[in-house]
Design a binder for this molecule. Sequence first.
Ligand SMILES: Cc1cc2nc3c(=O)[nH]c(=O)nc-3n(C[C@H](O)[C@H](O)[C@H](O)COP(=O)(O)OP(=O)(O)OC[C@H]3O[C@@H](n4cnc5c(N)ncnc54)[C@H](O)[C@@H]3O)c2cc1C
Ligand SMILES: *[C@@H]1O[C@H](CO)[C@@H](O)[C@H](O)[C@H]1NC(C)=O
Ligand SMILES: *[C@@H]1O[C@H](CO)[C@@H](O)[C@H](O)[C@H]1NC(C)=O
Ligand SMILES: *[C@@H]1O[C@H](CO)[C@@H](O)[C@H](O)[C@H]1NC(C)=O
Length: 523
Amino acid sequence: MPFFIRSFMIMLLSFLAIQLNLCFSNIQFSLTDLRITGHFSFVNNEFAGKDYGNQFRFLPLAVLYPGSVSDIAATVSHVWDLGPGSGLTVAARGHGHSIQGQAQAHRGIVVNMESLKKPKMKFEFEFGESGFGYVDVSGGELWIDILKESLKFGLAPKSWTDYLHLTVGGTLSNAGISGQAFRHGPQISNVRQLEVVTGKGDVVTCSDEQNADLFNGVLGGLGQFGIITRARIALEPAAQMVKWIRVLYSDFSTFTRDQERLISAKNTFDYIEGLVIINRTGLLNNWRSSFNPKDDDEASQFKSEGKTLFCLELAKYFNPDNDNGALNEEIESMLSELRYIPSTVFMTEVAYIEFLDRVHTAEIKLQAKGLWDVPHPWLNLLVPSSKIHVFGDEVFGNILADTSNGPVLVYPVNKSKWNNRTSAVIPDEDVFYLVAFLSQADPLSTGKDGLVYLLGQNKRILDFCKEADLGVKQYLPHFNTQDEWRAHFGQRWETFQRRKMDYDPLAILAPGQRIFQKGIMDL
Ligand SMILES: Cc1cc2nc3c(=O)[nH]c(=O)nc-3n(C[C@H](O)[C@H](O)[C@H](O)COP(=O)(O)OP(=O)(O)OC[C@H]3O[C@@H](n4cnc5c(N)ncnc54)[C@H](O)[C@@H]3O)c2cc1C
Ligand SMILES: *[C@@H]1O[C@H](CO)[C@@H](O)[C@H](O)[C@H]1NC(C)=O
Ligand SMILES: *[C@@H]1O[C@H](CO)[C@@H](O)[C@H](O)[C@H]1NC(C)=O
Ligand SMILES: *[C@@H]1O[C@H](CO)[C@@H](O)[C@H](O)[C@H]1NC(C)=O
């Protein structure tokens, strides 16, 4: 080939390559041109394409480390101005503890919320009917840090998740459910005000009184209507210590009857959960996380024989300075109403913060064994109370009869503590159960502890719920088609879709939820 033709072809090819790259590097330049106090990063962004589930990996084009809310607003406004054609999306990333890529943005912009340090935590105290005040926190704040700061004033938020190394924005985009939810409702029922950056780049303060539609939309809204940059969280006086109790059942109906009795009793525990123990043989002390019953408990001699057991987990808050004779009597009396297997009362006492941060203690142990950063094919379901036995018979009696690869939680909550104007989707029944299959997969296994098997097991559970028409809803939902999303939202779909049109009409935000797609929003 003559030299000049070759040179011409090389020129042509490099010209084409430059054209192809242009759109990307243009965006890159335009981002670096934005006036912000934080910064963008275009390298070392692998962390933003990963999450706790360890199954989905989509690398972003850029990560924004915001210095203030106006950095986030400027970025979203810029993407808004680029119009639908750019295909560019923006995902707020909290602590990245999603399971299916929900905080990722394929070739988009990930906002690293934890670097948003403004506003600094600010406490307001009130003494009256409305409670003991509140704290204003950044949307990227971790719950553990809010707890530590509040305790300095003898206060604490009311409603939690089991694990506290999660961000406020991340849990409020879902619900935030734990053993206090039966009494206080989920975390989204304990927020007084939010500051949000919408999909048009507007910064809006909202509450039940002001911009209530946006406020309710964002709570449980899967990040679809705005990025939470500040939240006002209600507080209560904090306890110092916790009596932490576990009792065992061999019969599922007796177990759930007692759970439901406890959540509706006037005088009851401060925390009520439960877990399923599948096919364990041997002594049952210290079988999960940081719970270490006293050695001299009669219960520590209890031997399990391989069948399925149900463990009711309870906590009562207390202060050591008060009269604990009365407290012990009260606990005795509450326990005496229950029908667990006699001689299976495991009891321990821990500091309040140690109790709330208990899963982190387990995390440290798992980290040390290299078992924390493995795939987590979790499945979380909300099951109506009237169907929990049909569900339990099939799922615990059949699908999961021989093994479980991680904790399985089961506990009821009361719907009256959920505000039905929020985006959170729950079953249509007064009492429903959270059932959480918190599996971990051995990345090298092709057997019953491998990812493929566990995903298959989840599918069997979901298929059963659908076939038996149990009215089950997914919590932390994940679907592949918009039809499935519609079915998930049911009557709420119209409102959800209308809110998307109002607050993020170009579908810029939280693309990793895969509900709406930028450019092809079919409304
Ligand atoms: C070990 C562990 C224990 C858990 N225990 C519980 C539990 O007891 N109860 C419970 O309810 N949940 C629990 N979860 C689930 C957890 O609440 C959700 O996965 C939550 O989304 C994680 O928060 P994150 O900060 O990591 O959010 P991310 O995974 O970073 O984000 C989740 C979603 O929210 C969006 N988002 C993040 N920040 C914002 C923001 N500021 N504004 C708007 N949208 C935002 C993201 O774009 C994404 O779509 C647990 C998870 C783990 C890993
Ligand atoms: C749920 O809570 C409401 C309001 O507190 C109460 O009236 C109702 O009895 C509760 N239902 C159950 C089943 O506990
Ligand atoms: C329970 O576990 C044992 C081994 O630990 C296993 O042999 C058995 O098949 C399992 N299943 C049931 C239903 O017991
Ligand atoms: C919410 O609950 C109230 C009172 O029970 C009811 O009137 C209203 O229709 C419900 N709204 C939605 C959106 O379900």
